[in-house]
Design a protein around this ligand. Structure first.
Ligand code: IMP
Length: 190
């Protein structure tokens, strides 16, 4: 079974393919320049918008995720604005560290919402995955992407950017959501 994966982020594609544990599902990328407007007000709405945009092009199985970092002391920000919080990944990290300067409550979590659209255009399955942790004082590590260098998952004393990829893939918000999608596909579709 082929599923269009509604993203242009190569890191996500790599992660998702590494998490996949079945050869029965093949993810295909949308055409170049695929760039749906993320006009939703929640991760769930944005993942639905992205999945629908991919479905409109293909009329085939389409999966989209929308994810981001939510920081308790910032009222859940950057949240759905995670990718747009500043111009570059480095500047986004700097902005978060500056906004948390002097703040003791460093609790945060990554959220990932996924929406799977069936070939008839209906929503087949939607779910969420969460990875809890905290924001450290300065960036550490070079693996992963985005806010990984400042995010320390619960139960670890390293940032996600200091963990090997397979370890991130075991605990990440995206893998938790994807496991649910794969379970749905295996039990209800294949
Ligand atoms: P999306 O592509 O609209 O889902 O935006 C996701 C944004 O949230 C990314 O550009 C990153 O800034 C951040 N983000 C999502 N997942 C991760 C992750 O696994 N590690 C670090 N940052 C992430």
């Amino acid at each position: 079974m082929k599923i269009i994966l509604s993203t242009s982020n190569p890191h996500k594609v790599k992660e998702i393919n590494e998490i996949m544990d079945t050869n029965d599902v093949e993810f295909i990328l949308p055409p170049d320049g695929f760039d749906p407007d993320e006009t939703g007000t929640t991760f769930a709405e944005n993942s639905l918008i992205k999945a629908k945009t991919a479905w409109e092009l293909s009329h085939d199985w389409s999966l989209a995720d929308d994810s981001g970092l939510c920081i308790d002391a910032l009222g859940g920000q950057p949240g759905i604005y995670s990718a747009r919080y500043a111009e570059t990944p480095q500047k986004r990290i700097e902005r978060v560290l500056k906004e948390l300067d002097g703040i003791k409550n460093r609790k945060a979590h990554f959220t990932c919402c996924m929406t799977l659209i069936a070939p008839d255009g209906s929503i087949a399955f939607a779910c969420e995955g969460i990875c809890k942790g905290s924001i450290i004082e300065e960036a550490k590590g070079t693996n992963g992407f985005g806010y990984d260098p400042i995010f320390m998952p619960e139960g670890y004393n390293k940032t996600i950017a200091e963990l090997p990829e397979d370890e991130k893939n075991r605990i990440s918000h995206r893998s938790k959501a994807l496991v649910k999608v794969i379970d749905y596909i295996k039990t209800q579709v294949l």
